[in-house]
Ligand binder design. Structure first.
Ligand SMILES: *Cc1c(COP(=O)(O)O)cnc(C)c1O
Length: 368
């Protein structure tokens, strides 16, 4: 077991994922179900139905799960929903927008980018201008919370502009889904993707796509990948209740349990509320210790916080990281071009007491 030197538990993961999960979620995996087991098929049905419920998409939207990490389902979304004669406009203000660009390059999908600074949200007015100027853009892709910085993008405004210009919206809500509300009746999207292991607090291993049914039906034949063909994955599940290829059975059992715990916590409002508390405790505490956040509070999503590297020449990130790790807290290096930074996450099965513990550890390491 990966015990830290001075604690008796697995490290608390203050990272963008994988994340800390509850004991009960881990225990839910202590079963071996065959993929044709009626109980397993029922669990799949229940998980998919509950995910659709989170966006209030009952009757209008479908859930297609997919094996792999989050990026697998981002790639699947782009190659299924953007037809070969379409063109995607990617709103970029961080690494996950850039990754969508790379996906388009791999698949030779026609795309353009609208690039913003990493410490600024994407701008719906600039989007409106670009859409008005270019009739050939069929789809717009946006990252809900850009995990690179933790910045919250204005999803509703982006969706409204996209809809009013008659284009389709594709959303990477990976790090926000389950903690920040998305109502499919108010925010029009063709497809939105997220994964089992971020704010829904399951274990890593699968992503899912929530899609408007008509838009999903229209994707038939678009995919240039067998494994990532969401239309065929959906048809398989609708046909016999089974995944096309070996399902991540243990991951789905854990996810079903994680969704029980999500609902017990009060769904998006409860989960988001705990993360907002975590974020407030973390940011207030770090500021009290002299750290500065990259983002002003009004741009900060309660998901992951980017701190500027202190200018003190005695501060050495590796020693800081190692000291926290020894005390049972894992943080994350920054990934920015605008500034030297590090990140601390607020998501996963952590509460304000873990944040206070992390602050105590920061204080102790700085003292040393
Ligand atoms: C975590 C994340 C992903 C997926 O990353 P994986 O490492 O493939 O799980 C995609 N987009 C965003 C915004 C994310 O935070």
């Amino acid at each position: 077991m990966n015990r830290s030197a001075v604690t008796d538990h697995d490290p608390w993961l203050l990272t963008p994922g994988p994340l800390t999960t509850s004991l009960t979620v881990k225990q839910a995996m202590l079963h071996d179900y065959g993929s044709r087991d009626a109980r397993f098929i029922e669990i799949n049905r229940r998980v998919r139905e509950r995910l659709v419920g989170i966006v209030s998409g009952q009757g209008s939207h479908e859930c297609v799960p997919l094996q792999g990490s989050g990026t697998f389902v981002v790639e699947a979304m782009l190659i299924n929903f953007v037809p070969r004669d379409g063109k995607l406009l990617i709103l970029v203000n961080g690494a996950y927008g850039q990754r969508m660009q790379k996906i388009c390059e791999y698949h030779a999908l026609a795309f353009e980018t609208l690039v913003f600074a990493e410490n600024e949200p994407v701008d719906p007015d600039a989007l409106a201008e670009r859409l008005a100027a270019d009739e050939s853009i069929s789809h717009v892709a946006v990252v809900h919370c850009e995990t690179t910085t933790g910045i919250l993008n204005p999803l509703k405004a982006v969706a409204d502009v996209t809809e009013s210009h008659g284009r389709a919206l594709l959303v990477d809500s990976m790090s926000a889904f389950g903690a920040l509300p998305v109502d499919s009746r108010e925010i029009r999207f063709d497809a939105l993707v997220a994964s089992s292991n971020k704010c829904l607090e399951g274990v890593p291993g699968m992503g899912f796509c929530l899609a408007e049914r008509g838009a999903l039906e229209a994707t038939r034949g678009n995919s240039d990948s067998l494994c990532l063909d969401l239309f065929e994955q959906w048809r398989g599940l609708e046909g016999n209740g089974q995944w096309r290829f070996t399902p991540p059975t243990h991951c789905i059992l854990a996810f079903d349990r994680a969704l029980d715990e999500f609902e017990a916590e009060g769904g998006v409002a409860g989960r988001g509320g705990r993360y907002r508390d975590n974020c407030r405790v973390l940011v207030d505490g770090m500021r009290a210790l002299g750290f500065e956040t990259l983002l002003p509070d009004e741009l900060q999503a309660p998901i992951i916080v980017t701190f500027l590297m202190p200018s003190d020449p005695d501060f050495e990130f590796q020693a800081f990281y190692d000291g926290l790790s020894e005390r049972g807290y894992v943080i994350y290096p920054g990934k920015l071009t605008v500034a030297e930074t590090f990140r601390m996450g607020c998501i996963g099965r952590l509460d304000a007491s873990h944040m206070r513990g992390a602050l105590d550890a920061v204080k102790a390491v700085l003292g040393r």
